[in-house]
Design a protein around this ligand. Structure first.
Ligand SMILES: Cc1cc2nc3c(=O)[nH]c(=O)nc-3n(C[C@H](O)[C@H](O)[C@H](O)COP(=O)(O)OP(=O)(O)OC[C@H]3O[C@@H](n4cnc5c(N)ncnc54)[C@H](O)[C@@H]3O)c2cc1C
Length: 378
């Protein structure tokens, strides 16, 4: 076993004011707000992957705050107040991303979002209209526009989809490049003086005389005054009492499709299916509802049944008469629970957590980072 040098002990592995576990969007935004609040803080982020290895670099890159059927389902399940709370967090988060980074840096494009209602769903159009009116009334204060959602069936033919009854448009939705956003955030926190160490897994949290000692999978432990756990889906590994369960999300990307007829982000089936253009390719993800038990896993692999379900949706609804090839397949792990509102709280003296981002953590992360920062100051 090799020992650490005095130089390493006094720099990379020194006693930090705050150590953050996890370098996904939440860990990075939290470091950003903590440093903005107090530039003198010595902050360390430890990440077990060689790059963030959960959801932040493995998602679909939707810059969205929820589709109509999803928000109605949330209202029925969690109540109107919770639904609005989460929409507000997401919307404010998106505003913060746009304010912090130039569009080009993160490939942000405001191409609009759309929800597909298929003919086989046999949704009553009057009920759909009244749900849209309800949501528009409720969220207009948040997004400062009178009508977030509107039925826009004229685009069904233009986009080339089949079996579609209605399309609902949301002009406030955009898309971005999740890898570039992660790198931009890393550059930002490096420039603020945050240290980021990869390939270090925190195995155990200990405490002696008010100082936190983190046992790692390496040949050293780390010391810190405060600890912030941003491990999202993996939160239970360190904090077993939390209500956070892993939910795998699978994705595929086609090869380029000449003459692709649509641009934008698309939702279907309460958000269980989602697709977007990626230049002239299609990125499609979801179908977790075809096998909930199987997808309740930390395993970063893909499975034949879900990938087949995605391909069927491509063939039967999205590009019915166009041959396609699949170039990429991958998965990421989301953190879900019995509530859609993230867990942002103190868990013990000097130990905090910000986890359970669900399926829209790109949007939520900036506000979650800001909120945990305010809590840690108290
Ligand atoms: C397929 C898919 C599609 C999605 N699409 C979208 C989308 O289009 N728009 C959207 O808003 N959201 C989307 N999401 C959700 C979004 O990606 C997540 O909510 C968000 O990235 C969560 O960020 P996080 O920082 O909380 O977690 P993560 O990015 O998972 O970060 C947690 C980090 O903690 C690290 N870690 C865990 N345990 C330890 C340990 N013991 N020691 C050290 N490090 C540890 C992990 O390696 C990981 O890097 C999607 C998710 C998936 C999986």
């Amino acid at each position: 076993m090799h020992q650490i040098s005095i130089w390493e002990k006094e720099s990379f592995f020194k006693h930090h004011d705050i150590t953050i576990i996890g370098s996904g969007f939440v860990g990075l935004w939290s470091a950003y707000y903590l440093k903005r609040q107090n530039p003198k803080l010595k902050i360390l982020i430890v990440e077990r992957g060689i790059i963030p290895t959960g959801a932040s670099t493995r998602n679909a890159g939707f810059a969205c705050f929820g589709s109509v059927t999803e928000l109605i389902a949330d209202t029925l399940k969690f109540g109107e107040e919770k639904m609005l709370e989460i929409v507000e967090m997401r919307y404010k988060g998106l505003e913060k991303i746009k304010k912090t980074f130039r569009d080009k840096e993160i490939d942000f494009e405001n191409l609009g979002g759309f929800e597909l209602i298929t003919k086989s769903e046999q949704l009553d159009t009057n009920i759909l209209r009244s749900n849209i009116d309800f949501l528009n009334r409720k969220i207009k204060k948040i997004i400062k526009k009178p009508k977030a959602f509107k039925i826009h069936d004229a685009v069904i033919k233009k986009f080339g989809f089949t079996n579609i009854q209605h399309i609902i448009e949301n002009k406030s939705e955009g898309q971005l490049h999740s890898g570039k956003l992660c790198q931009a955030l890393l550059r930002l926190v490096y420039a603020m003086g945050v240290t980021v160490l990869n390939n270090i897994e925190i195995k155990k949290i200990g405490e002696a005389n008010g100082i936190i000692e983190l046992e790692t999978n390496q040949h050293f432990n780390l010391l810190s005054d405060q600890l912030l756990i941003c491990t999202n889906a993996f939160a239970k590994e360190l904090l077993p009492e939390l209500n956070v369960e892993p939910a795998r999300g699978q994705v595929l990307v086609t090869s380029p499709i000449s003459g692709l007829k649509f641009k934008g982000t698309f939702h279907y089936d309460e958000g269980f299916y989602y697709f977007r253009n990626l230049g002239n390719r299609i990125l499609l993800g979801g179908a977790r509802n075809k096998a909930f038990e199987q997808e309740h896993t930390y395993e970063l692999s893909t499975s034949e049944n879900i990938q087949t379900a995605l391909e069927v949706f491509l063939r039967e609804v999205i590009i019915p008469s166009t041959p396609f090839k699949i170039d990429h397949r991958w998965s990421g792990i989301m953190g879900l629970g019995n509530d859609k509102v993230p867990i942002v709280k103190k868990v013990a003296d000097n130990i905090f957590c910000a986890v359970r981002m669900g399926g829209m953590g790109v949007a939520l992360a900036p506000v979650v980072g800001e909120n945990i920062c305010a809590l840690m100051k108290k």
